[in-house]
Design a protein around this ligand. Structure first.
Ligand code: MN3
Length: 192
């Protein structure tokens, strides 16, 4: 059984950029629901019980499960993993990843340029989804967005930064202003 990870900070710790009410509902309701549904499908597969969520998503296309359950693992397992990862890369204090910063500057010329490209990916994701910064299969940094709870792990990429642009991630504070949410969110991304 997978369990809901605790946050390393209070729900109010990301104020005023991400509000406490959004954090509480996002973690205790939305993330919990993905977890509950993920566990419900994985209960059926004892042969897979030693695999982590990361391993299940990485090997999604070859898992010995029904097609219907593969889709559930993609959606609910993806939702479980993506949110767990999202909480970890945010925080009230910077914990800069020096290698990542150096690689970003090498690939995108500057942090500012990277933010511009990532913001563009996040804004232009049509409907629900996430923006991602990943190392691809050649260890090269790439920016893209994916719909729903699709995971870069499933295409062999290593996630480094992600941003939830489902409306539940920002609607209480920002209503339909996704661009304002994204601009403010950079303040709570601790890695760069
Ligand atoms: Mn979410």
């Amino acid at each position: 059984m997978f369990t809901l990870p605790k946050l390393n900070y209070d729900y109010a710790a990301l104020e005023p950029f991400v509000d406490a009410a959004t954090m509480e509902i996002h973690h205790s309701k939305h993330h919990q629901t993905y977890l509950t549904n993920f566990n419900a499908v994985m209960e059926k597969y004892h042969a897979l019980e030693n695999l982590s969520a990361q391993e299940l998503l990485t090997n999604l296309n070859t898992l010995e499960v029904s097609d219907e359950d593969r889709k559930k693992i993609k959606n609910h397992g993806g939702g479980f993993f993506n949110h767990s990862f999202f909480w970890e890369i945010m925080g009230p204090k910077k914990e800069v990843n020096d290698k990542l910063v150096a690689d970003i500057i090498t690939e995108f010329t500057s942090i500012e340029k990277f933010k511009e490209l990532f913001t563009q990916a996040a804004i232009s994701q049509f409907g629900s989804g996430w923006a991602w910064l990943v190392y691809d299969e050649n260890d090269k940094l790439k920016i893209y967005s994916l719909p729903n709870q699709d995971s870069p792990l499933t295409v062999g990429h290593k996630p480094m930064i992600c941003l939830d642009v489902w409306e539940h991630a920002y609607y209480l504070k920002y209503q339909n202003r996704r661009a304002d949410y994204i601009n403010n969110w950079w303040n709570v991304l601790k890695l760069i």
